[in-house]
Design a protein around this ligand. Structure first.
Ligand code: PMP
Length: 294
């Protein structure tokens, strides 16, 4: 696996990194996380990820006991330890997962029983999708499982409690698809199990608004900005499965997926079944931007 893990101040190889079973992250799924990746071995869009982590924490009354600079220092310390402990696997780009849980305490939902949140930072080599994924596109399964209703468990919280996402993805695996596309309770398109979704409709790129119940993806925001800078009309709008059928192009966005074209939804090809011009242009713009020194 080649992972190195920071747990509350101690950095160890993955097989020695442990969190107590009385951690409420384990007992109740009370925790949040961020997934980052490096470009040129620099964590990409760190500030936006930390801002989202803080927002997730605020929505579950979880204290964040460090400043942005302190978290940055701990991430870099874990990256340095990774290089030191696993030099053979640490030369390329890195995957970084930051987790913050309620911490260890008695069996009670009272946050007061857990005075100290648990901070975990996982650093491991970044496993990238095959380049074919970007040149040929992926297949989505429009799954029957609905995205969590915001009034029940708001998808804005990037929660460690990923059962909704995992069950959706299980459905996609059973259908041999690469990613699960989920609707909200109103039958509108929300997002995928691990990524946000965009359609190309009438020459514009469109994506559901946050009010449709989805994670505010860092890459989603970055791609909306990139599109606007490139003069491509981009907007947030409510979308239904009928829009999928008339979409000229579909793509997904995510930290490790960048801009990934979708060639089919279930058994229906999108457009001519190949990555379309706007998707290809946005992926190129994205890659150009990440290749520029910060
Ligand atoms: N939606 C969900 C449910 C996700 O898990 C992810 C991946 N973190 C995304 C969207 C994409 O978010 P980001 O661009 O910040 O990686």
């Amino acid at each position: 696996m080649g992972a190195v893990v920071y747990v509350n101040g101690t950095i160890r190889p993955a097989d020695q990194a442990v969190v107590p079973v009385f951690d409420h992250g384990f007992l109740y799924g009370e925790g949040i996380y961020e997934t980052l990746r490096t470009y040129a071995r620099e964590p990409f869009l760190f500030d936006r990820h930390v801002a989202r982590l803080r927002h997730s924490a605020s929505l579950m009354a979880l204290p964040v006991p460090f400043t942005d600079d302190e978290l940055d220092a701990r991430v870099r310390e874990t990256m340095a330890a990774h290089l030191e402990m696993t030099p053979a696997t640490s030369s390329g780009e890195l995957y970084i997962r930051v987790l913050l849980t309620r911490g260890v305490g008695e069996l009670s939902y009272d946050p007061a029983v857990c005075p100290t949140p648990t901070l975990v930072i996982i650093v491991k080599p970044l496993a990238l999708p095959a380049e074919r994924t970007f040149t040929e596109g992926i297949r989505l399964a429009l799954v029957s499982l609905r995205r969590n209703h915001p009034d029940a468990l708001n998808p804005v919280i990037k929660s460690n409690n990923l059962l909704n996402n995992a069950l959706a993805m299980q459905e996609a695996y059973r259908q041999g698809a690469d990613e699960a596309l989920m609707l909200n309770q109103a039958g509108e398109i929300a997002e995928c199990s691990q990524s946000n979704v965009f359609l190309v409709l009438d020459g514009a790129i469109v994506t559901p608004p946050l009010s449709a119940g989805l994670l505010p993806g860092v890459t989603r925001e970055f791609v909306l900005d990139l599109a606007r800078e490139a003069g491509v009309p981009a907007r947030e709008t409510r979308l239904t499965p009928a829009d999928l059928e008339r979409a000229a192009e579909v793509f997904i966005t995510g930290t490790t997926r960048e801009v990934t074209p979708v060639r089919a939804v279930d058994d229906r090809p999108v457009g001519d079944g190949r990555p379309g011009p706007l998707t290809t242009r946005l992926l190129a713009a994205f890659r150009q931007r990440v290749a520029q020194p910060a």
